[in-house]
Design a protein around this ligand. Structure first.
Ligand code: BG6
Length: 301
């Protein structure tokens, strides 16, 4: 399988496929602008580091485990076709099934700017059809260079409309959670998921001093993570996304989760997720497509 993948989609000086000790297949991207890795299971981007940065921009837990049908802690999980708990079926997995099922490579190439492009398509099975009985193609394209671009495309190939929730649930590498703030969501309404669920409005920049789990709604704004310790800003630009989720588990929840890199791994990550969740779920009419796009860049100061 690895040989066939490398023959068909490998690109010298850009992209090759390897098999991890777990048996999962990883796409390794390395070009003059940056490097990244992506697990084919879940189309899960695990790492990204542009050459201009000494420290990765996307965070992967040092306790991340690669295992069949399990989500990886860190990177950029693809949440689809629902975000959070399924609205009616409590046995269906949180954040949908896309992040734990097989995807196959459908295309690779080099962009005019020199970045590496890789596209994957979710592989349907009886298990996915049980949870999502709609005809569709779900594709993820990643473009790895000095910036990281990801495009999550949902094409409704059936005769009936459907509604999806989704997110690119990216974990960003930060110096310390106490030394970062997030701009771009000033004045936005958000559902505060800590201690129940209530609608609030953001005043000023977001700072962190405890568990934070918020779904900002009706916002297409670019967010900027200002990191005083690493002396850099991470820009999170997006289109086709009208919710932004900001999440840090803080110590108690991190200890319960157990795979965030004990004891303090959680302090070095922050999730800023470009989503369509809750009020912003998307109706994809029969015969149409919907695309959520993110583009990340890091600027030192
Ligand atoms: C965030 C949610 O998007 O993902 C949190 O808002 C959740 O509530 C977090 O804890 C991690 O989810 P999971 O399923 O990857 O552990």
């Amino acid at each position: 399988m690895i040989t066939a993948l490398n023959t068909q989609f490998g690109i010298k000086g850009h992209l090759d496929f390897i098999e991890d000790a777990s048996g999962l297949v990883i796409a390794k991207i390395d070009n003059v602008q940056g490097s990244a890795s992506l697990c084919l299971q879940g189309a899960h981007l695990m790492t990204w580091q542009p050459r201009s940065q000494k420290i990765p921009v996307v965070w992967l837990s040092k306790d991340a485990k690669l295992a069949s049908e399990k989500s990886i802690r860190g990177g950029a999980p693809v949440c689809w076709p629902w975000f959070g708990a399924h609205p009616t079926e409590s046995t269906f997995p949180g954040h949908g099934y896309a992040r734990t099922v097989a995807w196959r490579v459908i295309e690779s190439g080099i962009e005019p700017c020199g970045a590496t492009r890789l596209s994957l398509r979710l592989v349907e099975s009886n298990k996915t059809r049980e949870q999502w009985p709609h005809e569709c193609n779900v594709d993820l394209t990643v473009i790895v260079g000095e910036t990281l671009r990801m495009e999550l495309n949902t094409e409704n190939t059936g005769d009936n409309d459907f509604v999806i929730g989704e997110a690119l649930h990216t974990y960003f590498q930060i110096g310390d959670i106490g030394a970062v703030s997030v701009n771009g969501l000033e004045g936005c309404e958000y559902w505060d998921k800590v201690g129940g669920s209530s609608l609030k409005r953001q005043q000023g920049a977001i700072g962190f001093s405890g568990e934070t789990d918020r779904v900002y709604i009706n916002t297409a704004a670019e967010c900027v993570i200002h990191d005083e310790k690493l002396k850099r800003r991470i820009h999170v630009a997006k289109s086709g996304s009208f919710s932004t989720v900001v999440w840090t588990p803080w110590v108690e929840k991190a200890n319960k989760m157990g795979d965030l890199g004990q004891p303090d791994g959680w302090r070095e990550m922050l999730c800023v997720e470009s989503a369509n969740a809750l009020d912003n779920q998307v109706k994809v009419a029969a015969g149409t497509r919907h695309t959520l796009i993110v583009e990340y860049r890091a600027v030192s100061f």
